[in-house]
Structure formats: C-alpha cells, structure tokens
Design a binder for this molecule. Sequence first.
Ligand code: PLP
Length: 437
Amino acid sequence: AEEERRFVELHPRSATLAEQARGPLLAGVPMPWMTRWPGAFPVFVESASGARLVDVDGVEYVDLCLGDTGAMTGHALPQVAEVIAERARTGITTMLPSADAVWVGEELARRFGLPTWQLAMSATDANRFVLRFARYLTGRPRVAVFDWCYHGTVDETLAVLDGDRVVPRPGALGPQVDVAVTTAVVPFNDLDALERRLAEGDVACLLMEPALTNIGIVLPEEGYLAGVREVTRRHGVLLIVDETHTMCAGPGGCTAAWGLDPDLVVVGKAIAGGVPAAAYGMSAEVAGRLSGPMLGHEIDVAGVGGTLTANALALAAVRATLSTCLREEDFAVAVPLAERFTEGVAGVIAEHGLPWHVQRLGCRAEYWFCPPPRDGAAAAAAVDEELEAFLHLWCLNRGVLLTPFHNMALFSPHHTTADVDRHTQVYAEAVAALLGQ
Ligand code: PLP
C-alpha cells in the first residue's frame, strides 16, 4: 500500500491521462498488455532514448523493460532514426520490394544458417504463417508446443496441459479454436513425453522456444535440444524455433549460439529497432517445396502475407538494426551487464539465504522466488504474482523499470555498470524491506 501511494504521488500527469483514456480506450489502454503494469495505472511515456525512458511527469527510468524486447538494442538510436526518417520521406508502402529486402534476406541467412526468408509484421504473424506452411507440407492437422509456452496470440498455441488433456491457457480469451483438436502439448525438458506424443503421427510441427522465456527463463537440460531434433526428424515433424525472445543469446539467437538445426526459424521484436517487423527463415528443403506453389499462386492467397508487410520502412529499419546495433560487438557489451546483474541479485539472495534464484540467457535475466524449475508447469506453479508486483513497483518508484511480465531485465549496449549497480542496490533494499530489516 505504501508503494502504491508513492506511485500515485509521483505520477499526477499520468493519472490524469489514465483517467481521460478510460473514455475512448478499452480498459483505458490502446493495447491490453498495458493493463499488466503493477500500479494503479500505466505511466504514460514522454520519450525514450538509449537505455533511458522519461514519463510525462518528468520521471526518468533506467529502462530494463526495453519494450518487452521490442527495443532490445536501445531506444531511438540515431543511426536507425536517420534511416526511418529517410524512408518516411521517400515512401513506405508500395506492395513492391525494396533493395533492402535482399540485404536483409542475405544477412538473416548468414546469421541463422537457413537460406530462405520471408517478412512478417510481427512474430505472432510469422508464427501463424509457419504453422500454416507446416500443416500444408505435412498434411497433418496438429501443431505441438511446450506446456506454458507463449508464441504470441496464435490461437492453437494458447494451450496448456491439464493432466493428459490439452486445454485453453488460463486467461486466454476464448474459446477460439478447440485446442484439444488443433494442438499437442508436451512438457519442456521431457524427451520421452515428446517421443510418445509424436509417435501418434498426427503432428505437423513442433513450435518451440529453445529456452522458455515467457514463464520466466527455463533453460534446456544438457542434450535435450539435440534429442528434440532427432525425435522430430525421425517422426517427420518440422522443427520450428521461435527466436523472438531468445535473440538475447546472440546475433543468431540460440540457433547459432547452440548450433541448432531447425527446419524453420522465427524472429521478431528486436530486429527492427522498435519498428514493427518480423521474419521467418526456412531450410532449402522447405523452401524448395514452397516456392513452386507460391510462384503458381497457390499459396499467396491462402492466408500468408499482409498488405503492410515488408514495407520499405520495416525493411530499412531491419537493415539498420542488424547492420549497426544487433551485432556480435553489441552483445559483447550487453551480455556482461546482464552477468553483473545476475551476480548482484544472486549475491542479495545468498546474503539472506533465500530459496530464490536468478536466471540469465545472454543479455536477458529474470528473478525467481524458487529453485530452478525444470518445465513450464513447474515454472507456472512457482509464480508469485504478489511478490513480483511488489518488487516491480518498488523498483519503478526508484527509477528502475522492469518488464511487467515476471520482472524480466534486458540489457542493451547503452546501459552502464552504474545502471546495473543501481538496480542491485534497489533490489537489496526491497528484499530487506520485505524481510522487515
Ligand atoms: N514468440 C515469442 C517467443 C514471444 O515471446 C512473443 C511475444 O512475447 C511472440 C512470439 C509474439 O510477438 P508479437 O507480440 O510481437 O507478435
């Protein structure tokens, strides 16, 4: 209650805007996730630059949310802003390719080791398209996902296990599709369960994150991903790696960092410096089987693509982002900052002998209030929303902005060690306050 009071006191202008927004906007926000911030209302943003965000009340934050990965490279970077401004002047949407498309395709192919690419508006969009392709190519009806995965608002993926039954994910607005019919759900880190499920022969593809990131970070156990590749291949199931969040592992995501060999890859969010864009890549085999029907116009009218997709602005932003700020040398700055964050948080946890931990993947880290869970169901059971909200609000009230989902912290090359240490100090104070010290 004290933190709530402090939050309201600090944000009078946001409070007024939030009140006004309740008139024209559903639930007072332009997008449902914006209701997820702890606090009586979301702060309204004035500007964001590099690793800093300033709200309409003039409060400045060290931004560790970075648009929930959408601005992973840092906000408003001049080299990207210039290209965006140039494209705004020279035309954005023409329904024709620009030269940047060739550069982007070649660069993504180089990074992910998959030769052929397509653009999409968002990772959700890209996931929908690759699922459609997988069903088309295999003639099988179901898609497999991990229990407690998140792949955007793709109906078939909003499913979890309830015992042996596949049921809609709690909180998903529905029912939209009957996930018991469209979807197979398997626990992460359990190769036997995957083997048993794929042996039924009705699964077109496994759409997976190589590490779960949406229920906190859950890392794959030694040898698990190699096993997944072997089992999917043996059962003729296409393996789709969704790198939307796991781009935090490096310039080629986990695919490059861990030597994965998927049939298709999806990337989104971070690749265009905050401009809406996503892409999906495919193996030569998949591309060979798709390009014939695409050229024959059998596929282009069948639910893939979009009017604003691959517009010249998006392509220019992807090119500028990949060529100037999502490179090996940028990760070489951002990852050590995330390591320092993890060490700081782990130090506080150890000092108090708490049964908590902090997990990291590349430049992304997340707190946990339990020992490391092995799969999504264990992770979901361990979520402590009250504690998450308290820590989130405590940090926000002291100028450190975490992601509203599981208090994720993401580092760009524009953060500093002082930013990390500021967070560690604030976190330590929060934990001491929680423990009544
Ligand atoms: N895939 C993963 C792994 C995600 O975490 C998300 C969003 O958080 C998406 C896809 C969907 O991205 P978008 O909301 O940009 O469509």
